[in-house]
Design a protein around this ligand. Structure first.
Ligand code: SAH
Ligand code: SF4
Ligand code: F3S
Length: 485
């Protein structure tokens, strides 16, 4: 077994530190590999497994860019690959457990070929106990790094190969905003839609959430760098950009500008790219100016994912969400006043410690009042290191599951009714990919983020076409392609 070099280990307490005086620094990344790495990579294969949210999807694209530049080829299956990377998510316990199951399978790959480089990165690696667990149970893992030192990937890999040792290098904090990351469209998941980070990290510290610990403090990219990326994507033929951040509407607060998101969104719309989306906004950071910009530009899609988490003020308080039910409803009202046609989705946590029947009823009543088009519902999962982890919880799991089912049934009922309203209408669909279930079908999204399938082939990918909707399901629509005018 190789020796392990511990360069740095994460620390959740360290990661929670926020110093408003610290300035974000642009880190100009030199993405050139050494000649040693290039000769190592030629003809070799890699496989990246990505878990979690869009932030991880984007990080994996950057890692893919690094590996492709070594002349390596990507493969779907990790068995047989020369390098396997697991980009992990720590948001709920089952995401983490899934990783350990996968690492068990990766052992097989290592036993077949002990030259295989197995790396683990992402949010789980920001937790000290998880790194220690991996070192103890999966000693064949050669590379452990975190969300704050992705851009060191080449030097980590170089060290690991040249010195034939396992490397652990996870930084708890970062003030850096990396620029100059691999740009080629071949590194991105899609040739049609692209994620663009506008900010990193989170300062909100909702009591249940691990993200402020795993992703560090909020730091925004400069508008000029974001716009350069959007323009470059447009030139490469991309039809849609989704601006990414944990609280996109807090964009620019670290430069001292509370209105920066509205002006950034406007500038992105003015690039003329066909479709602009953004995720995720935080309710109380919204400024109505953002809604005005959404109403003004047709290429900003009339869809908003606005997490509520709970409809009860007392639960919101225990969660440290910084708004009330009434304020949230007022935001929805102001939005719908300006964009009557907007579609809404949300995130809800059921079974937060000691949630009572009455508190849960308030969530149901809020859902009835808002009438969401979709909602992602989760049962509270205690995350070690977060305040909610230490809350004594008297609500039995059985009750939580019952509430979860009741909420899910209500949401599905509403979504089905809303989807049904599409039947007989014509919508514009941006086609993204051939359907996995039925290769004679092609799928895409309408401006409201409704998934639409039609009969068609891959030649439609990247096109925006009118579709006549003939059938609706809860979360998808079926339609027929209309003739081009
Ligand atoms: N920054 C975004 C979302 C981050 S995580 C926001 O604030 O809305 C995505 C979703 O996972 C959250 O909205 C929340 O609903 C859910 N989530 C986060 N931590 C969780 C936990 N410990 N247990 C269950 N669900 C959780
Ligand atoms: Fe987590 Fe809250 Fe930050 Fe969202 S806003 S990432 S839920 S701490
Ligand atoms: Fe998971 Fe990290 Fe995203 S914990 S949800 S991958 S920020």
């Amino acid at each position: 077994m190789k020796k392990t070099r511990l360069v740095s280990l994460p620390n959740l307490k360290e990661a929670a530190k926020r110093n408003p005086e610290e300035k974000s620094l642009v880190e100009k990344v030199d993405s050139k590999p050494t000649s040693f790495l290039v000769s190592w990579g030629q003809g070799k294969t890699f496989c990246i497994r990505t878990y979690g949210c869009q932030a991880n999807v984007r990080d994996s694209e950057i890692l893919r860019g690094y590996l492709l530049a070594l002349g390596m080829k990507e493969q779907e299956e990790f068995l047989g690959a020369d390098l396997i990377l697991f980009n992990t998510c720590a948001i709920r316990e089952n995401a983490e457990n899934h990783l350990y199951g996968e690492l068990g399978r990766a052992k097989e790959a290592y036993e077949k070929n002990p030259e295989t480089i197995i790396g683990v990165c992402g949010c789980v690696m920001q937790e000290e106990f998880a790194v220690k667990y991996i070192l103890h149970h999966f000693p064949f893992v050669s590379l452990i790094f975190g969300t704050n030192n992705l851009t060191n990937f080449y030097s980590l890999l170089d060290d690991c190969l040249e010195h034939n040792e396992n490397i652990v290098d996870v930084r708890s904090n970062s003030d850096l905003v990396p620029e100059g990351l691999p740009e080629g469209s071949q590194a991105r998941e899609s040739k049609v839609t692209a994620f663009v980070n506008i900010m990193y990290g989170c300062n909100k510290f909702c009591t249940y959430c691990i993200v402020p610990f795993t992703r560090g403090r909020e730091r925004s990219r400069k508008a000029e760098d974001i716009l350069a990326e959007v323009n470059c994507l447009k030139e490469q033929g991309y039809k849609q950009v989704t601006l990414l951040g944990q609280n996109v509407d807090a964009y620019g607060k670290d430069f001292g500008d509370d209105y920066a998101f509205a002006s950034l969104l406007e500038k992105v719309a003015q690039t003329g790219i066909e479709r602009v989306r953004f995720v995720t906004p935080y309710p109380s950071d919204f400024r109505v100016e953002v809604f005005d910009v959404m109403a003004k530009y047709k290429n900003i899609m009339p869809f908003l994912h606005l997490p509520i988490q709970s409809g009860s003020n007392s639960v919101l308080k225990r969660m440290n969400r910084r708004y009330t039910r009434e304020q949230y409803l007022e935001i929805v009202h102001q939005l719908r006043e300006r964009l009557p046609d907007v579609f809404l989705s949300t995130d809800i946590i059921v079974g937060f410690p000691n949630e009572t029947d009455e508190e849960f009823e308030e969530t149901l009543s809020l859902v009835r009042e808002v009438r969401y088009d979709a909602a992602y519902t989760f049962i509270f999962s205690p995350r070690p290191g977060t305040p909610a982890y230490f809350m004594k919880d008297k609500t039995p799991m059985e009750v939580k599951h019952k509430r979860f089912d009741a909420l899910k049934a209500l949401i599905d009922e509403q979504a089905t009714a809303r989807a049904n309203e599409f039947v007989g209408k014509d919508v514009e669909v941006l086609f993204e990919k051939v359907s996995e279930k039925d290769p004679s079908r092609i799928s895409g999204y309408d401006p409201h983020n409704k998934l639409v399938h039609v009969k068609g082939d891959a030649s439609l990918i990247g096109q925006i076409r009118k579709v006549h909707i003939t059938e609706s399901h809860t979360y998808s629509l079926l339609g027929e392609l209309m003739d081009e005018d």
